[in-house]
Design a protein around this ligand. Structure first.
Ligand code: AMP
Length: 372
């Protein structure tokens, strides 16, 4: 199957080819024709499956039906809500890449930065908004954005948005949208809460369930170290040093833990940075860029900050602490071994985390070997 079969605008096909996509991923193959046909969608798909293009291409195709002028006041027609600033930036970048030969204008809206450039962009007129719910609601309440002409709504990583307590802003934003619209909901997991949200928003949706592109069980080498909490830090330093210059993404459960660990690793002589929700947007973007450019060897992250990070060629993830929710184990290592590359996931497990390990093994359907 190729992208040509979707009957996309030639300008989109050109951008797809330039992005290096030759074959649609499973979620794209399923979602794009349904979305183009105007259906609402409820899709179970994780980061790394190509889900962004699965909604960005149909949106760009639909908006192009009425090519917009480069400037001039107009109301936005597509709204994408995402949980984190990082994901917002990545989704906006995908729209920019895929829409590069079209005339649509987009705006990126999130908190933690000054509102002025966003307000100016909104006033100049945009077609697509990619936003985190809180800041967009601020703009709405100040009447700085008009959502009355939205034709397409995407809720991306809906489960994470609920985890982060965005349900109220989401409901308020949706109340400002026209009733007649297309809704696409993407979520890695489908809890009862998500199903309820979906029921309230989607109209006669088509359901799509896509396994992660790289099933971690198959492509990634998992290992567990059983270790006392006090010994985790020295063991981690040894593992990182033994890896030579290999880059690692290290997960902690809390922001405080991420900071403290990054400081300790820095004292051990490792180049590292922490990335979590309490850091300013500038600091987070800088740390991520430096990590991507290879200037930083170790990035210490919390689950929420790392959600949606698009890091290519990352061979090594370390769980300094196991996540509370077993699915987060898959999200964490979901960013290793992308596009068929194999990766390695190492977990440091203390006695009080054994139950969590068992829950993860149950979810994976196999036991994780203990490192020698
Ligand atoms: P996503 O799940 O949307 O975060 O996408 C994960 C990664 O896959 C991104 O780096 C995309 O650029 C890439 N990608 C998306 N679609 C394709 C495709 N059809 N072929 C190759 N790579 C893709």
């Amino acid at each position: 199957m190729s992208f040509e079969t979707f009957n996309l605008h030639p300008a989109l096909l050109r951008a797809v080819a330039e992005a290096g996509y030759t074959v649609p991923t499973p979620i794209q193959a399923r979602a794009i024709p349904l979305a183009l046909a105007g259906h609402d969608l409820q899709a179970a798909a994780q980061t790394g499956t190509g889900k962004t293009a699965a909604f960005a291409l149909p949106i760009l195709q639909r908006l192009d039906a009425a090519v917009s002028e480069p400037r001039g006041p107009r109301a936005p027609r597509a709204l994408v809500l995402v949980p984190t600033r990082e994901l917002a930036a990545q989704v906006a970048e995908s729209f920019q890449d895929l829409g590069r030969h079209l005339k649509q204008r987009g705006v990126l809206i999130f908190g933690g930065v000054g509102p002025k450039p966003q307000v100016k962009a909104l006033a100049e007129g945009v077609d697509i908004i990619v936003a985190t719910p809180g800041r967009l609601l601020d703009h709405l309440q100040l009447r700085l954005v008009d959502l009355s002409r939205i034709e397409m709504l995407v809720l991306d990583e809906a489960d994470r948005m609920l985890d982060m307590g965005f349900i109220r802003p989401i409901r308020k934003l949706i109340a400002a949208l026209p009733k007649q619209r297309q809704n696409l909901l993407f979520s890695a997991t489908f809890s009862n809460e998500i199903r309820e949200l979906a029921r309230g928003i989607l109209r006669d949706p088509q359901s799509i369930d896509i396994a992660p592109r790289n099933t971690p069980v198959e492509l990634i080498d998992h290992r567990v170290y059983h270790v006392d909490t006090a010994q985790k830090h020295p063991l981690l330093t040894r593992i990182l040093n033994d890896g030579g210059n290999r880059q690692s993404l290290v997960f902690t459960r809390t922001k405080h833990g991420a900071n403290r660990l990054a400081e300790r690793l820095a004292r051990d002589g490792l180049s590292c940075a922490a990335i979590h929700g309490n850091k300013s947007q500038g600091a987070r973007t800088r740390a991520l860029e430096e990590f991507k450019q290879g200037k930083i060897q170790v990035l210490v992250a919390t689950d929420i900050a790392a959600r949606g990070l698009d890091i290519e060629e990352l061979p090594h993830v370390v769980n300094f602490e196991l996540p509370h929710v077993p699915e987060d184990y898959v999200h964490r290592i979901g960013r290793t071994g992308r596009a068929g590359r194999s990766g390695e996931a190492v977990s440091l497990v203390s006695r009080d985390e054994r139950d969590r390990l068992r829950a993860i093994e149950k979810m994976l359907g196999r036991t994780i070997p203990v490192a020698a």
